[in-house]
Design a protein around this ligand. Structure first.
Ligand SMILES: Nc1ncnc2c1ncn2[C@@H]1O[C@H](COP(=O)(O)OP(=O)(O)O)[C@@H](O)[C@H]1O
Ligand SMILES: [Mg+2]
Length: 273
């Protein structure tokens, strides 16, 4: 028998409190339109809101960047507690400068030669393909590392140039970057451990620094993964891994938590083979 929503009795609630359409700074939750491969790994954390009656509400900007801006959004069914998430939106045509070099791109395949040519020419079409490419690359890297148990934000979904992920912070306040805290030996141990995990999976982060590590309730979380590379098959993989080691070791050592970059690099090389 066909089912019509209009057959249902109206809810007993006061309709003035029951919002029926998205308001200003809101949209319908994009979740229902996301194909399964663009949704985060299962089992999904219980806080992920999957109801098709939910709205996404813009709460503000977390950080603007060169290639992407990070916003705070809340996904909730009207009248229900929702989930606060970070929305990382890559810049499309015109708004983006191409800081991430082709170094990361060597050996990586795009969908078609037309797309590769367009990206290389930096045409407007190329820029939108590239922006979407980075968001999907970051989503896939985050999903892979999450499944391996690495401390990354849970990737909720990717939709075009927008990646939605777990917000690392308390309430609406983002967790500080490692660069903003006085590091301890325990922070270093956590960073070294996550570097081992990433290397064991065959990757180099490629942009690891105290700006891409957040510290939340004593726990270090790694972010900003679009440029992650295959450490062995990418011709620049080992150089990038080495640079990650130097960035991390130099910073910790300056902060009086000494660590040797070359020793760290040597340990990680062992993980690759
Ligand atoms: N999931 C998140 N939770 C909380 N803050 C985040 C999250 N993702 C990013 N941020 C904040 O936004 C900043 C920029 O994000 P990032 O992914 O490093 O992009 P980029 O450096 O390319 O602009 C981070 O340094 C961090 O302060
Ligand atoms: Mg960053």
């Amino acid at each position: 028998m066909p089912f019509f929503a209009s057959d249902l009795p109206l809810p007993e609630t006061d309709l003035s409190f029951d919002q029926l359409e998205p308001g200003v700074d809101q949209r319908w939750s994009t979740w229902p339109s996301i194909i399964p491969t663009m949704r985060g790994p299962e089992p999904r954390p219980s806080w992920v809101v999957t109801s098709s009656g939910a709205f996404d509400t813009e709460l503000g900007i977390v950080k603007t960047g060169k290639e992407a801006d990070v916003f705070l959004i809340e996904r909730a069914e009207p009248g229900h507690p929702g989930a606060v998430m970070a929305a990382k939106r890559y810049r499309g045509p015109q708004q983006r400068d191409f800081h991430r070099s082709s170094m990361y791109e060597e050996g990586r395949r795009t969908r078609s030669t037309r797309d590769s040519r367009a990206i290389a020419n930096k045409s407007s079409y190329g820029r939108s393909v590239a922006a979407e490419h980075w968001s999907v690359a970051e989503f896939e890297a985050m999903s892979r590392l999450y499944e391996l148990g690495a401390p990354v934000p849970y990737p909720v979904q990717v939709n075009g140039t927008e990646l939605l992920m777990e917000f690392i912070g308390s309430g609406r306040t983002a967790a500080p970057r490692l660069a903003q805290v006085s590091p301890t030996r325990d922070h270093l141990d956590q960073v070294v451990e996550l570097m081992h995990l990433i290397a064991r999976a065959g990757f180099a982060h490629g942009d690891l620094s105290p700006y891409n590590l957040l510290v939340h309730e004593g726990r270090v979380v790694v972010i900003d993964l679009p440029q992650i590379v295959d450490a062995v098959s990418n011709p620049n993989g080992l150089d990038l891994l080495h640079r990650d080691c130097v960035n991390v070791a130099t910073w910790f050592t300056r902060q009086r938590v000494p660590v040797d970059a070359e020793e760290l690099f040597a340990e990680l090389l062992v993980e690759l083979w």
